[in-house]
Design a protein around this ligand. Structure first.
Ligand SMILES: Cc1cc2nc3c(=O)[nH]c(=O)nc-3n(C[C@H](O)[C@H](O)[C@H](O)COP(=O)(O)OP(=O)(O)OC[C@H]3O[C@@H](n4cnc5c(N)ncnc54)[C@H](O)[C@@H]3O)c2cc1C
Length: 287
């Protein structure tokens, strides 16, 4: 059933300060409305319980991609189209560009934002695995200031996160330390395009003298949150990359994730795909 639209309120502040003032004056009353690509689906389905939204789309303070010697910093309103158009991201963070190119269709890529993807907190979202594998940090702002925190640990449970009701996600920062890394990203869905992930796998690692180091392995759609598989990484890091360590790492991965059966797939299938993708990552890295 469609929602009763007049019972919703959408306000458009002129500046970030005005938006933050609204959030802090009436905590919990207002929520952000960015590209609306998640929110409008809920509205159309009559499943959007929250009523009051702040339109943040026009806030230039939350836009832009800034490149410094040490970091690439993306405004929360950066769209998938903007990610794909950036040469530095292509060169140094190819998994994020691949995730962007495999998210929805062109209309969604023009309107959907990285910030919305992060805060919507779906375990099946496609950019969080890449962001986690690249060790992203995020900036939360409120009228009392700004705080940076590692993206790893931000999601604490299904649709739960370390963000207060008076805060907005402002920026996402990626350290430019990817030189020499192998990057491996696979989204497995029912179709090649316009599909929700059954499993999403993002991994990086460095191979030096046959040894693997600096591996970061992240999976989506296999737990209530997108998960970084640190035990699997620890199993691999510092070891000669051979068939035996790949076997041990696969076993570790199986114990580290807890996929479920749902409408899109079965736990068994997800487990099998996740371990196959780990093998493929390691085979590619060795090659
Ligand atoms: C047809 C279709 C296909 C899709 N395909 C994919 C896909 O392949 N992969 C995928 O991952 N997703 C997909 N999505 C989901 C969606 O497009 C993404 O999650 C998108 O990135 C959401 O961004 P948005 O700006 O539209 O968020 P919105 O809908 O505006 O907001 C989503 C949530 O985030 C909050 N929010 C947004 N921005 C901020 C901020 N800066 N600070 C605090 N809170 C904020 C909002 O309050 C809301 O709770 C699809 C959606 C549709 C409709």
């Amino acid at each position: 059933m469609r929602a009763h639209v007049p019972s919703y309120q959408l306000t458009t502040p002129a500046s970030l300060d005005q938006a933050l003032a609204l959030l802090s004056n009436e905590p919990g009353v207002w929520k952000a409305f960015a590209g609306g690509t998640d929110l409008m689906v809920l509205l159309e389905a009559g499943k959007l319980p929250h009523r009051n939204y702040i339109n943040i789309w026009q806030l230039n303070e939350l836009r832009g991609i800034e490149i410094t010697d040490s970091h690439v910093t993306l405004g929360a309103l950066t769209t998938y189209t903007e990610v794909q158009a950036n040469a530095v991201l292509h060169r140094e963070f190819p998994m994020l560009c691949q995730a962007a190119s495999e998210t929805g269709g062109l209309a969604i890529q023009n309107r959907g934002t990285l910030g919305g993807n992060v805060v919507n907190a779906s375990p099946a979202a496609d950019s969080p695995p890449a962001l986690l594998a690249y060790d992203a940090e995020i900036e939360l702002v409120s009228s009392s200031g700004s705080r940076w925190l590692p993206y790893d640990g931000f999601h604490t449970g299904y649709k739960e996160m370390n963000m207060r009701a008076d805060e907005l996600l402002a920026r996402i920062r990626l350290p430019r330390t990817t030189s020499g890394l192998n990057h491996y990203y696979r989204k497995v869905g029912t179709r090649k395009a316009q599909a929700i992930s059954k499993v999403c796998f993002a991994a990086v690692g460095r191979i030096e003298n046959g040894r693997i180091t600096d591996s970061r392995i992240v999976l989506g759609s296999v737990a209530p949150i997108v998960v970084r598989c640190k035990q699997t990484e620890d199993t691999l890091n510092g070891n000669q990359l051979d068939g035996e360590i790949a076997r041990v790492a696969r076993e570790k991965l199986m114990s580290e994730i807890s996929p479920i059966d749902d409408v899109r797939s079965t736990a068994n299938y997800r487990l099998r795909v996740a371990t196959n993708l780990l093998t493929d990552f390691l085979v590619n890295a060795r090659a």
